[in-house]
Design a protein around this ligand. Structure first.
Ligand code: C5P
Length: 235
């Protein structure tokens, strides 16, 4: 079974502060998206990468990819994205040619995921899991607050889940293509990851060890950390 990776990169990155769309911002001189594409193409199992660009930025993203060296053995497609991450992933899935039975979905905002993590996710889908997520334990204790008060001046705690049972979920998430397509066709409403949709259609989601370098670049401090990781790799 051939494997394709869909990279949603249509977000504006508001939490990162003013500037270009998040995926197009540079890390040590190279756009975050190019790092993310290379991270997927680094796996010998990945033969197609579909980049979902900002709705009005497909041409710009295409020339950006053309301008950077990418592995010869991997094919690339660029499609325009949508208003939500979910919509962007769906548009990427719609663009997948036949023959790709395993699909990875990887945030452009996780540019530094190591190839071993990518390969582990693919291997686990190949082993029969319909959905696979890389995840790490939490450093912080997590509290659930009263939904009526969310983002208010003060919030009241309603529950404290047992930390040892919580996982922070990363990408790439890996799927049997049919399971992911079905999930995107049937699940509506707010979701923040693709595996959550597969979970809602009643299929098992398997957790494998993620990696600390697969963190999501969200806030300005994350840019500092990402550039430090890149600098260390070049040593
Ligand atoms: O906003 P967040 O950090 O959760 O975004 C995760 C990923 O989803 C990013 O790579 C972002 O570019 C992408 N995204 C998208 N289309 C949107 C919103 C986010 O492709 N409308």
């Amino acid at each position: 079974a051939r494997t394709a990776a869909v990279i949603p990169a249509a977000g504006r990155g508001v939490r990162l502060g003013p500037g270009a769309p998040k995926a197009l911002r540079a890390l040590n001189g190279t756009p975050m998206l190019v790092h993310a594409v290379r991270a997927m193409a680094a796996s010998r199992a990945v033969s197609l990468v579909v980049v979902v660009a900002p709705p009005d930025g497909a041409a710009e993203v295409k020339s950006l990819l053309d301008a950077h060296a990418l592995p010869e053995r991997t094919d690339f497609l660029v499609v325009p994205g949508g208003q939500s991450r979910q919509e962007s992933v769906k548009l990427g899935l719609d663009a997948l040619p036949p023959g790709y039975d395993i699909v990875l979905v990887h945030d452009a905002a996780r540019p530094l995921v190591p190839v071993d993590t990518v390969d582990l996710v693919i291997e686990t889908v190949r082993g029969g899991a319909p959905a696979v997520v890389p995840a790490v334990p939490l450093a912080d204790t997590v509290k659930e607050v009263d939904p009526a008060e969310v983002a208010g001046a003060a919030e009241t705690v309603v529950a404290t889940p047992v930390r040892a049972r919580l996982r922070a979920v990363q990408t790439p998430q890996g799927f049997e293509r049919g399971a992911l397509v079905r999930a995107h066709e049937t699940v509506t409403g707010e979701v923040t990851d693709d595996a959550g949709m597969v979970e809602q259609v009643g299929l098992p989601v398997v957790v494998v060890p993620g990696h600390e370098e697969a963190f999501k670049v969200t806030r300005p401090l994350d840019l500092v950390l990402a550039e430090a990781v890149l600098a260390r790799r070049r040593l």
